[in-house]
Design a protein around this ligand. Structure first.
Ligand code: GLN
Length: 190
């Protein structure tokens, strides 16, 4: 099982460690030449979505990544990755990949709650230690989008076909259950 991890900016190393601990091979995607055939999935890490979106465009990765995901490549997007995938942003004019049928609010928790932790039920996973950092949330999810988790009523994890996305950072805890869930979906969990 070989997973590409977008490594333009943000918390990609932690995703690599989590995937490696589960027995997956990881490939850092920084340039178009790194985005080759033979990837079983892709991680879009947290960080700063505007910076990542611009770097995606400058590197020439934008269109190939978009096509691969819309063609069914399994993707696990966290935080800024969720923003990159969203079809609509409620407080930003930008739309990046525009593949996930959700409306996302950036930096949605305001200054008081810049970062926080919460223990959440995420799909079948109980008590997941979720870390939020200047996080977005999903204001509205489309009909095809399955809601996997809420934190204080707000939608913070969703799945739609080959796309799994969280507003929080599962890679910043040592709980591997969400990464395992992602790999299981694509038939690659140990
Ligand atoms: N605030 C960031 C953005 O809007 C996302 C934060 C994160 O990825 N931890 O892009």
């Amino acid at each position: 099982m070989k997973i590409g991890v977008l490594a333009l900016q943000g918390a990609f190393v932690e995703h690599e460690a989590a995937l490696a601990a589960l027995g997956a091979e990881t490939v850092e995607i920084r340039r178009l030449s790194h985005f080759t055939d033979g990837l079983d999935g892709l991680v879009l890490p947290g960080g700063e979505s505007t910076v990542q979106g611009k770097l995606l465009r400058e590197s020439g990765l934008f269109q190939p990544v978009k096509e691969a995901i819309s063609g069914g490549m399994p993707v696990f997007a966290t935080c800024a990755g969720l923003i990159l995938l969203a079809e609509r942003l409620s407080n930003d004019d930008a739309v990046w990949l525009g593949l996930l049928d959700v409306t996302v609010r950036r930096n949605a928790y305001g200054r008081q709650l810049g970062s926080f932790r919460a223990e959440l039920k995420v799909g079948g996973i109980e008590k997941f230690p979720a870390v939020f950092i200047r996080a977005p949330y999903v204001e509205q999810a489309g009909r095809e989008t399955e809601i996997l988790a809420r934190a204080e009523e707000k939608i913070v994890a969703v799945r739609q076909k080959n796309m799994l996305a969280t507003a929080f950072h599962p890679e910043l805890t040592d709980d591997l259950r969400l990464h395992r869930f992602f790999l299981e979906q694509i038939g690659g969990a140990k």
